[in-house]
Design a binder for this molecule. Structure first.
Ligand SMILES: Cc1cc2nc3c(=O)[nH]c(=O)nc-3n(C[C@H](O)[C@H](O)[C@H](O)COP(=O)(O)OP(=O)(O)OC[C@H]3O[C@@H](n4cnc5c(N)ncnc54)[C@H](O)[C@@H]3O)c2cc1C
Length: 310
């Protein structure tokens, strides 16, 4: 079963207060330590956060940190994840942990193609890779080299620490965009929901570039090109439609975050199934046809779970 679980393990408590005290210390006789002791009202904290975001003074947001445990994603995803350099990572090692069974992801778009022949070929080929991997180890090849046989869709776990600035200006900005690859896009939206639950003011307008600062580079580009070439008018329409869809999706996330925040405040933890919103459920007839062709039950759903239990 493809089941990814994102757990928010840690976030800076009193994050808004750290950010505001540090910011105010820039223009005060008082140190950040002295200012931190002050009793800021929630309204006061939120006003400063809003001003910082409005003027683009982003370095104070580096004082708020988050640790995410990400479980069951592909190495294809983690390869993209770790490209975000203003973060810390530790990933499960294939030298130490041999994958059990057939531990690979099946892209929902492949299933959506409804090309049964291709889906079955894909699954058989992935399984063969795992079989060859185990055979190679049995024949004496070390894990470090045997792992090169495994597909890029092999599942893995990773833990990541990112600060609020990196999330706002870089990770969500790029990876919540519909242009981003589907799996990291799904992870970015799961993380977006998590931070909106615990830090609503800081992440109030967080999301892809079109939401965060109203800049869709693709739309700007298409508009410029359409002045010379009419075929780019279609591209403009496409990106305008994409913006509307993205806005709807982020609004859904906002509404869910608001609902879950209440639960989080009450219980102190959250465990939620996001499959309907962010994951994928394969059609029953495809599941049945694939399972009968492969000779065993193959679960093609992509289930997504979020846990917050700091
Ligand atoms: C849609 C999409 C397609 C992509 N396709 C490809 C691809 O085909 N091939 C590929 O290799 N990558 C690709 N990438 C990854 C991309 O090149 C970046 O590595 C990734 O998005 C991380 O962005 P970043 O470097 O801005 O982020 P981070 O590394 O997190 O850096 C954050 C910010 O810090 C600053 N910064 C960090 N390091 C430096 C530095 N050394 N010098 C100056 N400033 C720095 C920059 O302002 C940067 O934006 C793609 C990304 C996306 C979103």
């Amino acid at each position: 079963m493809i089941k990814i679980k994102v757990a928010l393990l840690y976030y800076t408590e009193d994050m808004e207060k750290y950010i505001v005290s540090a910011t105010k210390s820039c223009k005060s006789e008082k140190s950040a330590a002295e200012l931190f002791k002050k009793n800021f009202t929630q309204k006061n904290l939120e006003k400063t956060i809003e001003e910082l975001l409005n003027v683009g003074h982003m370095s104070p947001f580096e004082f708020g940190e988050f640790i995410f445990s990400v479980e069951g994603v592909s190495r294809q995803l983690t390869h993209q994840y770790v490209r975000h350099r203003i973060a810390s990572y530790l990933q499960q090692s294939l030298r130490s942990v041999k994958p059990k069974g057939y531990n690979f992801i099946v892209p929902p778009k492949l299933i959506e193609s409804k090309n049964l022949g291709l889906i079955i070929k894909y699954i058989k080929q992935q399984k063969e890779a795992f079989d060859l991997y185990r055979e190679a180890i049995e024949l004496g090849l070390n894990e470090e080299d045997a792992r090169t046989i495994l597909p890029i869709g092999v599942k893995t776990n990773i833990v990541c620490k990112m600060n609020a600035r990196e999330l706002l200006q870089n990770f969500f900005y790029l990876r919540c965009c519909q242009n981003a690859q589907w799996e990291i896009n799904m992870l970015a939206y799961t993380q977006l929901l998590a931070v909106k639950i615990v830090s609503p003011k800081i992440f109030e307008n967080a999301g892809p570039s079109c939401i965060f600062d109203g800049k869709c580079k693709d739309l700007i580009n298409a508009k410029l090109k359409s002045r010379e070439d009419s075929k780019f008018k279609h591209k403009c329409l496409y990106y305008q439609k994409c913006f509307k869809e993205t806005r709807k999706k982020v609004e859904k996330i906002n509404r869910l975050a608001e609902k879950l925040r209440k639960e989080f405040v009450e219980k102190g933890h959250i465990a939620v199934d996001l499959t309907k919103l962010l994951g994928y459920k394969a059609p029953k007839n495809i599941k049945k046809a694939v399972s009968s062709a492969i000779g065993e039950e193959i679960d093609l759903d992509y289930k997504v779970f979020l846990e917050i239990s700091p």
